[in-house]
Write a protein that binds this ligand. Structure first.
Ligand code: SAM
Length: 292
């Protein structure tokens, strides 16, 4: 039996065989440490009945470790040069399917329906291409993909924003969107040395557990996210000024927004970054009644 794909020797052999050159523009930093990969997989809590969805399999290092523990793996890869490589490296695992598509453009729900059974528990596991970490996570949440856990490697700065607390500089609309749908924790810190080529940034693995229902109930979800986004428009401005700048409505809108803030019991001089998700929910519902 061959060594695992993620060993440095095997990775180098695969890269040499195909004359593969890394594309920085596609965030290609491959993992060459099977211990780290096993830890990532363990955090996804997969069973032999689970399905796994990977974004960006590269040459199959993580895909192989997923294939060893679960029933079915599907992996979206954008780079056509990697498709024949993956066919080769993953040939011992017939329960792996490679989808040659840009994950951000794919109809992922349809793909999941095609490949998994209705009652199958699914987790998303990936060493993400860092240039699109946030859009990928937001797509998984906004498309309401039916995952149990999402265990993803990303640059440390983004991980810090995801788990940030109110009143800190990292707290923002990403924190709130993720908190709305999931509980988030950093489960692993990963050194640069386990990648080729080595990235310039430190990495962490974050686990997002999907909540059974969102943490707060709001009248209109997209309006709620609009309020959040508007509140962080310019971080140094007060919530009153940020909301006033982004809500279109006659000249009295500032007074109306002020009245809404009072109704929601939020001091108009506060900054968006100090509001909890419960306060945003309350404010969003009051604004919704007055602006919709
Ligand atoms: N999973 C491999 C590993 O851990 O060694 C490779 C991870 S590498 C950080 C990111 C991978 O995502 C690359 O294979 C890259 O080609 C792929 N990728 C980049 N953008 C993508 C996109 N929009 N959709 C799907 N795959 C993408």
């Amino acid at each position: 039996m061959d060594k695992d794909i993620a060993t440095p020797v095997r990775t180098k052999a695969v890269l040499d065989k195909y004359g593969f050159t890394f594309k920085k523009s596609l965030g290609q930093n491959f993992l060459i440490d099977t211990n780290i990969l096993r830890k990532i997989v363990k955090n996804a809590e997969l069973t032999e009945m689970s399905g796994a969805v990977e974004i960006g399999p590269g040459i199959g290092a993580l895909t192989e470790q997923l294939a060893k523990v679960c029933k079915k793996v599907i992996a979206f890869e954008i780079d056509h040069r990697l498709i024949p490589v993956l066919k080769d490296t993953l040939s011992p695992y017939p329960h792996v399917s490679i989808i040659h598509q840009d994950f951000l453009k794919a109809n992922v729900n349809q793909v999941l329906r095609d490949y998994f059974s209705d009652d199958q528990e699914i987790s998303i596991v990936a060493n993400l291409p860092y240039y699109i970490t946030t859009p990928i996570i937001m797509k998984c949440l906004e498309d309401k993909l039916p995952f149990k856990n999402m265990v993803v490697m990303m640059q440390k700065e983004v991980g810090d924003r995801i788990v940030a607390k109110p009143g800190t500089k990292n707290y923002g609309s990403l924190t709130l969107a993720i908190q709305y749908f999931t509980t988030a924790e950093i489960v692993l810190h990963v050194p640069k040395t386990v990648f080729i080529p080595q990235p310039n940034v430190d990495s962490v693995v974050v686990r997002l557990r999907k909540r059974e229902k969102p943490i707060v109930e709001v009248k209109d979800e997209s309006f709620f996210f609009k309020v959040i986004k508007s509140s962080f428009g310019q971080r140094r401005k007060t919530i009153l000024n940020n909301l006033t700048n982004s809500f279109e409505q006659g000249k009295e809108k500032k007074e109306l927004i002020l009245a809404c803030l009072n109704l929601a019991e939020i001091d108009p001089k506060r900054r968006g970054e100090t509001l909890t998700i419960e306060e945003f929910a309350k404010l969003s519902d009051v604004l919704y009644d007055n602006f919709k």
